[in-house]
Design a protein around this ligand. Structure first.
Ligand SMILES: [Zn+2]
Length: 338
């Protein structure tokens, strides 16, 4: 029964370890030799890292396997799992299309190839037997040249049926020297009607108030309620929603325990700032969306009522949910006696 909306999931981190390991063994002798047994691979793939940079390095392992030829294989399995095991009704899948192009080509040839990637992802995401409404978010990247990021904005404008927004990724600590550039990119996107989110205020080193006005949603943003609560009224006034991905902060070394998330939720609720609970990298973490919900409940970070408010907020802030309301089953659930 499709129930939930997932607003923040990376294509690279969405592949569950078992599927990735099987793929290595069927298709890549090198990787199969490197990871002969599944339990060791799962441990390597899902264990926490010390920093966000170290964690993002791991994405390259998956990105290198996601080529035009293999993307349909991975996406089909991703959609199937999301429908059957996570009850997703709506999914925004994000990635940097440039990083799926052929590395042997020139930069301009790779830019050209990005549209092929968007089309492949778009077609592969539509699986008749697992009818999740899916859209792509194209990630600009803090380590890619400006020309590539500009081309990513152009691509979002060119494929409104497949692409619902742009994002900025690559580690928020790396934005500092290029803030003007990113502001221009976002400004340009907004002037063309492209929707926006961005990884921001995820780590204490990644807090740039200059970028905030350009975002419709904030990727993570947990440092705002934790360390800059004075910004919350402004965030509420702009109607910006925080995409909070609880497991991420332990895997990246950003938080040491779940407890600070209680402050995040409480301060946001008090200030009228919506939160969408998301997975970020459901495969890499080996934690799917229903378990993110369950973890928050069992660790007393949020109440059932708050959970339901967040689940509804996910639909309200979805960039392309086609209906005025969440799925009827979810509303029915809300009316059930306590
Ligand atoms: Zn993310």
């Amino acid at each position: 029964m499709p129930l939930y909306a997932e607003l923040h999931r990376h294509l690279g981190g969405a592949i569950v370890p078992r599927i990735l390991w099987r793929y290595f063994h069927r298709n890549s002798q090198d990787l199969a030799d490197r990871f002969p047994e599944y339990p060791e691979f799962e441990d390597f793939y899902t264990r926490p890292r010390n920093t966000l940079d170290e964690y993002l390095e791991l994405h390259t392992l998956v990105e290198n396997t996601q080529t035009p030829d293999t993307l349909p294989y991975f996406i089909y399995r991703l959609i199937r799992g999301a429908y059957i095991f996570e009850n997703l009704a709506y999914l925004e899948l994000r990635y940097t299309p440039y990083l799926r192009t052929d590395e042997t080509l020139s930069q301009w040839e790779r830019i050209d190839q990005m549209s092929e990637i968007v089309e492949i992802v778009g077609r592969a995401s539509q699986v008749k037997e697992y009818p999740i409404v899916t859209r792509q978010i194209l990630c600009m990247h803090s380590r890619l040249p400006d020309e590539v990021n500009r081309a990513i904005v152009d691509l979002a404008a060119a494929y409104p049926d497949y692409v619902c927004a742009i994002d900025l990724a690559g580690g928020d600590v790396h934005y500092a020297d290029r803030l003007d550039e990113f502001i221009r990119l976002y400004d340009n996107a907004r002037s063309r009607g492209i929707k926006t989110t961005g990884h921001l205020y995820e780590t204490t080193d990644g807090c740039y108030p200059e970028l905030l006005p350009y975002l419709m949603r904030i990727g993570h943003g947990i440092q705002i309620p934790l360390h800059y609560p004075e910004l919350l009224p402004e965030v509420a006034r702009r109607g910006q929603c925080l995409e909070v991905c609880p497991t991420t902060y332990f895997k990246t070394g950003t938080l040491e325990s779940m407890n600070p998330l209680k402050i995040v939720f409480d301060r946001c609720f008090d200030a009228g700032v919506d939160i969408a609970i998301c997975t970020d990298n459901a495969g890499l973490h080996n934690v799917r969306l229903p378990f993110e919900y369950e973890n928050l409940l069992t660790q007393d970070i949020i109440s059932f009522q708050q959970l339901q408010a967040c689940q509804q907020a996910s639909f309200r802030h979805a960039f392309a949910w086609p209906h005025p309301q969440p799925p009827a089953q979810m509303l029915t659930g809300l009316l059930a006696p306590v």
